[in-house]
Ligand binder design. Structure first.
Ligand code: UD1
Ligand code: CA
Length: 459
């Protein structure tokens, strides 16, 4: 039957989004909207063609490799868009998908294609029976067979009562498709060339039209505006959480948890409410993600424990490390195995070695910290001199006393001690004690002398 080509229609102007950004690039659970149609298409087709509008460099860039692009210069409707793909299609059947139907599954699409092949139909379309069919094309049947599709805006009041709607997913016999498409006229309310009219033209010519009704009506949900985007996102979010729970992740409150489609989480990890995990993030097994954490584009190994309210961006956390509550790991933070990052600690572009501790109130930036190091409360790496950033290197087993300022560039050798309250500006050799603070002066009896001066009376 020849190679199967999938054509994704993605050139629409998306006026209803009221956005400067193309609709198909609006993010949906961590991926651009078009990524879902692409994934479904790639799962079933030998080749994928995407019809894009002018100035669609961003859309082309997100679609990735192995996709052919054709341009629809003028937006004259879905039928006109499909016409542009003709030269890019092969001899085999053509599957057409609108780019704004992200909940259509590849299983459903496979069923549609199998049914199309088994029946040798001229066209097979996907429909759903919708609770609220407003805005969709309605399926007109005669004696049970599909005769044509009428768009919502062209429908009579009686036709508007029909609840079986067109999903915008079709499988066509190639030869008959192009012939019928050439006959489509823009005689409708919008003055556009509708792909939906191909169905009526084929049926009239005696072609067999088949319809597959999707078992789950949500597969028919489209994204024309931002309210629909949010509605689709809610369903997708729940699907993602269901998949994770099936794979052994505990989601304490699915209604209050946001995990994007790009996230991987290992078994026996527990995610508490009000957590956001987004971007290309992987979380290992047996981790605990406390309430209020936000993790973006990060990698957490097994048995990592995040206490509540940690914010991690492009960070790496190794096995058994403990973080928070309230810590902030900025890009290129690397926390070693079994290390501990406590409350109100900010890290940036730094490595903390195995078992090292930064338990309270510190800033660690552009630093490399060895193994078994203790960084006292209130320690700051002074990495910026107003012009450039400088590095701090702290060797294994170093003890940094509380409230120290480490002025970079700086190297503190293995096993050295920094006295509390020091400002360290010079390198410290291994095993040394560095004290960088004023000497303490004690004036015995000073308080009594002061009181006497004020009142003239001795205590
Ligand atoms: C379309 C269907 C409607 C169906 C609905 C379901 C038509 C005429 N109507 O309506 O029956 O119920 O989808 O989702 O097809 N596009 C182009 N070039 C264009 C116009 C559109 O590439 O000139 C693309 C859009 O980017 C979009 C897809 O085609 O991905 C569908 O276009 P859209 O405007 O959303 O069609 P609907 O009015 O929703
Ligand atoms: Ca649409």
């Amino acid at each position: 039957m020849g190679q199967l080509t999938a054509v994704i229609l993605a050139a629409g102007e998306a006026k209803r989004m009221r956005s400067r950004q193309p609709k198909v690039l609006h993010p949906l659970c961590g991926r651009p909207l078009i990524a879902y149609a692409l994934r479904t298409a790639r799962a079933v087709a030998d080749r994928t063609v995407v019809v894009v509008g002018p100035n669609a460099a961003d859309v082309r860039a997100t679609a990735g490799d192995g996709v052919l692009f054709v341009e629809q210069r003028e937006r004259l409707g879905t039928g006109h868009a499909l016409q542009q793909a003709r030269a890019a299609c092969g001899e085999g059947p053509v599957v057409v998908l609108a780019a704004d139907m992200p909940l259509v599954s590849s299983e459903t699409l496979e069923r549609l294609i199998d049914h199309h092949r088994a029946t040798s139909a001229a066209a097979t379309l996907l429909t759903v029976v919708a609770g609220r069919p407003q805005g969709y094309g309605r399926i007109l049947r005669q004696g049970g067979r599909v005769k044509r599709i009428v768009e919502d805006r062209d429908a009579t009041d009686d036709q508007k009562k029909i609840t079986e709607i067109n999903v915008s997913v079709y499988c066509f016999d190639t030869r008959r498709l192009w012939k019928a498409l050439a006959e489509v006229r823009p005689d409708n309310e919008q003055g556009e060339y509708y792909v939906t009219d191909v169905i009526g033209i084929l049926a009239k010519a005696g072609g067999r039209i088949e319809a597959v009704v999707a078992p789950d009506p949500v597969e028919g949900l489209q994204v024309n505006d931002r309210k629909q985007l949010a509605a689709v996102a809610a369903i997708l979010r729940r699907r993602i959480l269901d998949r994770l729970m099936t794979d052994g992740v505990t989601i304490v409150d699915p209604a209050a948890t946001y995990v994007e489609d790009t996230v991987v989480i290992g078994a026996d990890t527990t995610v508490y409410p009000h957590v956001v995990i987004e971007g290309p993030t992987s979380v290992g097994s047996e981790c605990v993600i406390g309430s209020g954490c936000q993790i973006s584009g990060s990698r957490l190994a097994d048995r990592v424990h995040l206490r509540p309210y940690c914010v991690l961006t492009e960070a790496t956390v190794e096995e058994g490390a403990q973080l928070g509550p309230f810590c902030h790991l900025r890009p290129l933070s690397h926390v070693g195995p079994r290390a501990k990052i406590g409350n109100f600690v900010e890290m940036k572009k730094s490595r903390i070695g195995p078992g090292s501790k930064v338990p309270h109130l510190s800033y660690v930036g552009d630093a490399t910290v060895g193994e078994g190091v203790n960084i006292g409360a209130g320690t700051i790496t002074c990495n910026y001199d107003g012009v450039a950033k400088h590095e701090t290197r702290i060797g294994d087993g170093v003890f940094v006393g509380t409230n120290s300022s480490l002025v970079a560039p700086l190297t503190i050798g293995e096993g050295a001690y920094i006295a509390a309250g020091s400002t360290i500006t010079k390198d410290v050799p291994p095993g040394a004690l560095a004290v960088g603070r004023a000497h303490q002066i004690v004036k015995e009896g000073w308080a009594a002398r002061k009181a006497k001066k004020r009142t003239g009376v001795e205590d």
